[in-house]
Design a protein around this ligand. Structure first.
Ligand code: FAD
Length: 350
C-alpha cells in the first residue's frame, strides 16, 4: 500500500467535468487529485469520439473532442494537481473522527494507492470503462500479468517477446505498428480483413506486413488460451473454414474495445436512480456529506448529459467543498480577471 496523500478534493474520473473541477477548485486555492481508470484523461471525449466536432461549448464555435480535452489541460496548467491513471477507485471509507466536525474520506484504488480528502467529487460519467474480454474464453483474467493484458501500460514488457494482438480498431492497429519496433515478433489477429482504425495506421500496418515485420492472421477468432499458469500460446479458429491452428507466444494483448460499467460505485451506499447518483441542485452533493457527483454520473430533475451542464454543476459544488475545507469562512468570489493568483501563474502580471 502506498503512502496516503492528502488533498482538498479527490476527483474520481478525469473526463471533461473532472478536468474542469481542477480549474474551479484552483481558483479558490484548493488542491485536487484526479484518478481515472483509463490510460489517458478526457473520458468519453478521448475514448469514444476524439475526432468528432463539438459545437456547444460556449464561446467555442467548433472544437474536436480531442482539442477540447487539450484546451482543458491547458486551462488547468496553472494549478496544483496530480493525475493518477490506469487505476479504478475501488472503495471509499470514512476516517474515524478527527478534531474537525467535517467528515474526511480515504479512497483506495485498484493499484492500492490511497488518498485522503474532505471532499470527494465523483465525475465518473457513465461509469468506468472496462476492457471487453475475449468472447467464449473462460476466465481469461487468470492469465493477467502472466501473458494476458487488455492495454499496453509499459512497452518495455514486450521487448524481445513474441506478441499476439487481437482486435480490429484503432488500438489494435496503433499497437501493432508501435510494438513492431520493440517486440521480437508481432502478429495481428482479426475476424475479417477489414479494420475500423485510422486509414493511415492501417496502411502503415499493411506496409509492415509486406516488409515481413508484422504477421497478419485473418479471418481468425480466438478458440482457447494455452498455458499452465503462464501463457505459452493460443488456439485460433479460421472463421470461414473452421480449421484450428495453434500459435505460440509470450504475450497476448486483447484490444476488443471497452464497455461502460458503473463498477464499484454501486457499493458506496449512495442513493442511485438506475445507473445515476441522485444529487441536490444547490451543491450537487449526494446523500453523503462531502461526496459530490458531477457530470453525466448524476441525476436531478431536468438533468441533461452535456459537458456544459457538468461544468455548471461542478462550479457550484466546488463552492461548497471550499466551505467544508474552511468552515465559517466566506467563499472568495471574483471574476477570473481579478484573480491575481491565476494571473501571476499565467504570467499576465508579475
Ligand atoms: C458520441 C458522443 C458524442 C457526444 N457529443 C457531445 C457534444 O457534442 N456536446 C456535449 O456537450 N456532450 C457530448 N457528449 C456527451 C459528453 O461526452 C458527456 O456529457 C461528457 O463526456 C461527460 O463528462 P464527464 O466528465 O461527466 O464523464 P466522462 O467523460 O464519461 O468521464 C468519466 C471518467 O470517469 C472514469 N471513471 C469512472 N468510474 C471510475 C472509477 N471508479 N475509478 C476511476 N475512474 C473512473 C471513466 O473511466 C471516465 O474516463 C457526447 C457523447 C458521446 C458518446
Amino acid at each position: 500500500m502506498s503512502k496516503t496523500k492528502e488533498v482538498d478534493i479527490i476527483i474520481i474520473g478525469a473526463g471533461p467535468v473532472g478536468l474542469f473541477t481542477v480549474f474551479e477548485a484552483g481558483l479558490l486555492g484548493l488542491k485536487c487529485i484526479l484518478i481515472d481508470n483509463l490510460d489517458k484523461v478526457g473520458g468519453q471525449c478521448a475514448e469514444l469520439y476524439p475526432d468528432k466536432p463539438i459545437y456547444d461549448i460556449p464561446g467555442v464555435p467548433m472544437q474536436t473532442a480531442e482539442e477540447h480535452v487539450s484546451a482543458l489541460l491547458e486551462q488547468i496548467k496553472p494549478f496544483d494537481y496530480s493525475t493518477f491513471l490506469n487505476q479504478r477507485v475501488e472503495s471509499i471509507s470514512e476516517n474515524s473522527s478527527t478534531e474537525d466536525e467535517v467528515s474526511n474520506w480515504t479512497v483506495t484504488t485498484s493499484e492500492k494507492n490511497q488518498f485522503t480528502a474532505k471532499n470527494i467529487f465523483i465525475a465518473a460519467g457513465a461509469g468506468s470503462f472496462e476492457p471487453r474480454r475475449p468472447p467464449n474464453i473462460e476466465d481469461p483474467d487468470r492469465f493477467i500479468g502472466k501473458g494476458v493484458s487488455y492495454a499496453v501500460r509499459d512497452k518495455s514488457l514486450y521487448e524481445d517477446k513474441d506478441v499476439l494482438i487481437f482486435g480490429g480498431g484503432d488500438s489494435a492497429l496503433d499497437w501493432t505498428v508501435d510494438l513492431s519496433g520493440v517486440a521480437k515478433s508481432v502478429t495481428l489477429i482479426h475476424r475479417r480483413d477489414e479494420f475500423r482504425g485510422a486509414p493511415n495506421t492501417e496502411s502503415q500496418m499493411r506496409k509492415l506486413i509486406k516488409q515481413g515485420v508484422v504477421n497478419l492472421k485473418t479471418p481468425y477468432v480466438i478458440e482457447s488460451l494455452i498455458g499452465d499458469g503462464v501463457i505459452s500460446g493460443v488456439s485460433i479458429k479460421n472463421f470461414e473454414t473452421k480449421e484450428l491452428e495453434n500459435l505460440s507466444c509470450d504475450e497476448i494483448i486483447f484490444l476488443f474495445g471497452l464497455n461502460k460499467k458503473l463498477g464499484p460505485i454501486v457499493d458506496w451506499n449512495l442513493d442511485l436512480e438506475g445507473k445515476k447518483i441522485t444529487v441536490d441542485t444547490e451543491k450537487f452533493e449526494t446523500n453523503i456529506d462531502g461526496i459530490f457527483a458531477v457530470g453525466d454520473i448524476n441525476n436531478y430533475p431536468g438533468k441533461l448529459d452535456l459537458i456544459l451542464s457538468g461544468f455548471h454543476e461542478t462550479t457550484l459544488a466546488v463552492q461548497h467543498a471550499y466551505k467544508r475545507c474552511f468552515p465559517g469562512e466566506r467563499v472568495p468570489f471574483g471574476y477570473t480577471t481579478s484573480n491575481t493568483k491565476l494571473q501571476k501563474k499565467l504570467g499576465v502580471i508579475e
